[in-house]
Design a protein around this ligand. Structure first.
Ligand code: URA
Length: 210
């Protein structure tokens, strides 16, 4: 697994405002979108491209275009939805699939409660959106789901990660082609599974407590 933790003052500035408990939902949503666009720039560094010939007003030249099949962006519901606009702004040709993950309160295992994805992902570059990498349970389960559909090249974008979650994903995806892009790597998880210092519950801060 490749781990990339953003190191840019603009990202740190936006994350600082995002973390602030006094930042209201509309600003939180706007900042999430901006942050994802910045992280997407790094996350798409290895997006597949093919040579493409064009005519400039001066001459003929060969550039590149994003290859077919188009990359697939997969927000994990609910909070990952808040990252979608920022991602497709940078990658407008991507297709979008959806995965809803929730914890089974009896087994405590993450389960899939909704999915809308192509059956065969064997030739797809997949970009998974999940704002908070805490224990790694839901992101790990989402990746496993994509692997079962044949995905071989998966990049996850998270606003914040905890060392515990990074270690869990690293162990789970051993030997696979996986990249993890984080806005910041925080200190730890607390006893309730929240990232410290973190930003609280990302879904609630984006969408309220419904
Ligand atoms: N999910 C969140 O929304 N916040 C955390 O701190 C951990 C998991």
């Amino acid at each position: 697994m490749r781990l990339h933790v953003a190191d840019h003052p603009l990202i740190t500035h936006k994350l600082t405002v995002l973390r602030d408990r006094n930042t209201p939902s509309p600003v939180f949503r706007q900042l999430t979108e901006e942050l994802v666009t910045l992280l997407a720039y790094e996350a798409t560094r290895s997006v597949r491209v093919s040579p493409h010939e064009i005519q400039t007003p001066i001459t003929t030249t060969v550039g590149v275009k994003i290859s077919e099949p188009r990359p697939l962006v997969v927000p994990i519901l609910r909070a990952g939805l808040g990252m979608l606009d920022g991602m497709v702004k940078l990658l407008p040709s991507a297709e979008v699939g959806f995965l809803g993950m929730a914890r089974n309160e009896e087994t405590l295992e993450p389960t899939t409660y909704a999915e809308r994805l192509p059956e065969d992902l064997s030739d797809r570059q997949c970009f998974v959106l999940d704002p908070m990498l805490a224990t790694g349970g839901s992101l790990g389960a989402a990746m496993e789901f994509l692997f079962q559909r044949g995905a071989r090249d998966v990049t996850a974008i998270c606003l914040l990660g905890a060392p515990e979650g990074v270690a869990a994903i690293e162990k789970q995806v051993e030997g696979r082609d996986v990249t993890l892009v984080l806005g910041a790597l925080d200190e730890r998880l607390n006893e309730k599974g929240y990232i410290v210092p973190g930003l609280g519950d990302a879904g609630d801060r984006l969408y309220g407590t419904v």
